[in-house]
Design a protein around this ligand. Structure first.
Ligand code: ATP
Length: 199
């Protein structure tokens, strides 16, 4: 499993469609200050479901959309598509190539796609669990992240280790099941109320 391609359109400093192909052996992106290197890693985190605009170095939602330049008008939407080679079937999905896409508009509308089909952020999270490449995974260590991991509280630090050794999936499923149980209990209580009323 490896990151094969990243396509950007209207994302931060990339107004025009830009395809970045990560051929085998690519280990670094270099360029002058301000040329957009960090915007590329922001795009990867954003498409994987990052919801915190602050951690993408912005103040408001629309800061990820190209804001215009001297010779180009601002864009109304942005789109990032990330393609993962899954020939080793590490991702639990029946495709040898998986493309995750996210599109957002200035009015706040946002949509995720999995291999070009509409999906929920939850679907993407579930596919990436325990792979280390989710938005909270350890495959992207941005500036300051090492300090954060070292100085963070033990609960947050444990999440990094849980992800690395494949436990987060079960923790996630446990939380989901507990929520479903709570909802079911509430529904049963309501049914009981109605039952008592009509008796
Ligand atoms: P450094 O080496 O200094 O860390 P970098 O190559 O990582 O720089 P980035 O931080 O990725 O550069 O890019 C910064 C540039 O992106 C700035 O010129 C900024 O104006 C531009 N930029 C950021 N958000 C937007 C946006 N929404 N619209 C247009 N340009 C943007």
């Amino acid at each position: 499993m490896y990151l094969k391609r990243l396509e950007l359109k209207g994302f931060k400093s990339f107004p025009n469609k830009t395809d970045i192909i990560f051929k085998e052996g690519v280990t670094a992106i270099v360029g002058p200050n301000g040329s957009g290197k960090s915007n590329v890693s922001d795009a990867v985190r954003w498409v994987l479901g990052e919801q915190s605009i602050k951690s993408l170095r912005g103040d408001k939602l629309e800061d990820v959309i190209f804001a215009g330049s001297d010779n180009q008008k601002p864009m109304n939407f942005c789109e990032v598509a990330l393609t993962i080679d899954n020939s080793d079937e590490k991702l639990n999905i029946d495709y040898s190539e998986v493309t995750i896409k996210r599109r957002a508009y200035r009015n706040g509308e946002s949509q995720f796609y999995l291999n070009n089909k509409n999906c929920r952020l939850k679907d993407i999270k579930e596919i990436l669990l325990d792979t280390g490449i989710g938005k909270d995974g350890y495959s992207i260590i941005e500036q300051g992240k090492v300090d954060e991991i070292l100085s963070n509280n033990p609960v947050n630090r444990r999440k990094v280790f849980d992800e690395a050794c494949g436990i987060s999936k079960y923790r996630y499923k446990k939380t989901e099941s507990e929520r479903n149980l709570r909802n079911t209990k509430e529904n049963l209580d309501r049914i009981n109320d109605i039952y008592v009323e009509i008796e």
